[in-house]
Write a protein that binds this ligand. Structure first.
Ligand SMILES: [Zn+2]
Length: 70
């Protein structure tokens, strides 16, 4: 069974546009970078949470394309 791709997180905004934040492991830290705006950040913990925060705040992208709909 294929493993879920955990190296990136994608969300859709209200206009149906996809925004992707990629996560790269660098030692104990992880570098997360947004494909849409070039935003980057180093985090040690909870990279997925930080990525979701950025997507929501910067792009109003909160819809998980793989998630369960309402
Ligand atoms: Zn961004």
């Amino acid at each position: 069974m294929p493993q879920t791709d955990r190296s990136k997180i994608s969300r859709w905004d209200l206009h149906g546009r996809e925004h992707v934040v990629r996560v790269r492991r660098t030692g104990v830290q992880r570098t997360i970078g947004c494909d849409t705006c070039g935003w980057r950040r180093r985090v040690r913990f909870l990279p997925w949470t930080k990525a979701q925060e950025h997507l929501a705040q910067a792009h109003q992208a909160t819809v998980d394309p793989a998630g369960s709909a309402a």
